[in-house]
Design a protein around this ligand. Structure first.
Ligand code: ZN
Length: 43
């Protein structure tokens, strides 16, 4: 995944937040959450 701001590669955080992967850009600090494809217990 690349940062929409500076187009640099984002780093994935190991911690998941509400079953979403957290990506952080090391350059500008842009944070993005990516929903995981594996959906269980869908409401
Ligand atoms: Zn960035």
């Amino acid at each position: 995944m690349k940062c929409p701001r500076c187009k640099s590669s984002m780093q994935e955080q190991k911690r998941t937040f509400h079953k979403q992967r957290k990506w952080i850009c090391p350059k500008c600090g842009y944070v993005r959450f990516q929903q995981q494809k594996d959906e269980r217990g869908k409401k």
